[in-house]
Design a protein around this ligand. Structure first.
Ligand code: GLU
Length: 464
């Protein structure tokens, strides 16, 4: 059996972080078993589904590196097939036509409420033949729920779950307007897509029993089910915007790396010993549904940021430079080819200190733009008359310095020694003059990246 999984988002909004984790688990499970990972866009809710949401979902998955192995299936395009199966069930006697009117259904609900029962269709058409008054009237198709026994599902995460069949209802599979219901469409699609493992949020667990009715009635083999716990906020409430970023693209825009987001999502509710850094290849090697926990996970932004810093330090410098330059351009920082080159030269040092691309861009801005940097308050406070005099002296001294990273370090050490000052009292005024801030990469690296002319220009400007 070739493993086939699917991620099945409804395009009614952006892809949120919980959905991303579901996609990731489907992807990893398929890869682990050398199977296929598919995408189905569940766009049957015409009113709420939008093209923008579809595009956002595709863009998010691409950013996460979770693009499907086959072109996406659009559920709405398969309505004829859903109807065909509903009619097949009807022909097999596993489903029946129902002419109950909206008024009748409302009455059933009211009566159930009055008797303190859950609202349920009373099966009035299950064994009844239509009369002349039903002639030409539209009807819904309902499935015949099993009346006795139990439905048992061996969920790969939740363990054995069961329901008494008396609690199942004769759900509608095809509405009187000919459109399929969602629970029916999902089963037909999963069957036709030859899905072997349905891995999804545990909010769908109760749907599973009703979906089993369709599988069983058609004589189709049920897939394996795995219902994974949802992601909550740090306070245990359902994750929402007030906790922080929730949409995948927000994480991208806030400067997270996709591999860090995936690693974080993986570790949220899945574990292999105490391995925290689990890059994709390793995750594919290790991923097993039996290691997914059953308790809801809590989103911890600080932990994600920490993990992002780890990935940032391992990331390719050219890639980070591109991302930083894009961010700076978005922020309206003006820079030319020199500026871009300087950022690239400083990247190995800059990335040691940052935890996100946003932070990285913040610390790189001084190198990108031309001319003296904008000073922050702390930097300004350091520019005492004494520091300015020191800078003027340094400008002269540096005019003849050899402009190589290591040489510059020695040059500054020599200066401090000759002048009998602490290296810090040389480096800090320089740092302020060059970067406009009291923190920066090592000062010799900053000098080297800025180049002699730009460095001297900035030092002289600060000394003036
Ligand atoms: N479309 C459903 C959702 O977005 C998923 C259904 C499923 O995975 O079976 O929650």
């Amino acid at each position: 059996m070739t493993v086939r999984t699917r991620f099945a988002p409804s395009p009614t909004g952006y892809l949120h972080i919980g959905g991303a984790r579901t996609a990731l688990f489907n992807f990893l499970f398929a890869r682990r078993h050398k199977g296929a990972y598919l995408l189905r866009i569940e766009d049957t809710d015409r009113e709420r589904s939008t093209k923008e949401a579809v595009d956002q979902i595709l863009e998010s998955l691409e950013w996460l590196g979770l693009t499907p192995d086959e072109p996406p299936v659009f559920q709405a395009s398969r309505e004829a097939r859903h109807a065909e199966i509903a009619h097949a069930l009807l022909a097999m006697g596993k489903a029946y036509r129902c002419w109950a009117t909206p008024e009748e259904l409302a009455q059933m609900r009211e009566q159930a409420a009055a008797e303190g029962r859950p609202p349920r269709y009373d099966r009035r058409w299950r064994d009844r033949e239509p009369g002349p008054e039903q002639e030409g009237k539209p009807f819904a198709i309902r499935i015949k729920a099993p009346l006795e026994g139990e439905t048992v599902v061996q969920d790969l995460v939740q363990g054995e779950v069961r329901v008494r069949n008396s609690e199942l209802d004769d759900m509608i599979i095809l509405r009187s307007d000919g459109t399929p219901t969602y629970l029916h469409a999902v089963v037909v699609d999963d069957h036709d897509m030859e899905i072997t493992h349905v891995i999804r949020g545990d909010d769908h667990l109760t749907n599973t029993f009703r979906q089993c009715m369709v599988y069983d009635a058609m004589g189709w083999r049920r897939p394996h089910f795995a219902h994974i716990p949802l992601i909550h906020g740090a306070d245990g409430a359902k994750l929402s915007k007030r906790h922080g970023a929730v949409s995948v693209l927000d994480f991208r825009d806030q400067g997270y790396l996709p591999e860090a987001v995936c690693n974080y999502l993986l570790r949220l509710g899945w574990g292999h010993g105490d391995e925290e850094v689990v890059p994709r290849e390793r995750a594919i090697e290790l991923f097993d549904l039996k290691d997914v926990g059953r308790a809801p996970s809590r989103m911890d932004y600080a932990k994600l940021t920490h993990l992002n810093g780890i990935y940032l330090r391992q990331a390719d410098d050219a890639r980070l430079t591109r991302a930083v330059l894009e961010t700076l351009a978005r922020r309206g920082v003006l820079f030319g080819t020199d500026g871009a080159k300087r950022v690239a030269m400083l990247m190995p040092d800059l990335k040691e200190r940052a935890r996100t691309i946003e932070e990285l861009a913040g610390s790189a801005a001084f190198a990108a733009h031309e001319g003296p940097p904008v000073m922050d308050a702390k930097a300004l406070a350091l520019l005492t008359p004494e520091a300015k005099a020191r800078l003027a002296d340094l400008a002269e001294f540096l005019a003849d310095a050899p402009w190589e990273k290591a040489d510059l370090e020695h040059w500054l050490r020599d200066y401090a020694e000759v002048k009998q000052v602490k290296l810090k009292d040389v480096a800090q005024p320089l740092r302020v003059a060059l970067s406009g801030s009291t923190t920066s990469p090592p000062i010799n690296a900053v000098l080297w990246a800025l180049g002699r002319d730009e460095s001297l220009l900035r030092i002289n400007a600060a000394a003036a």
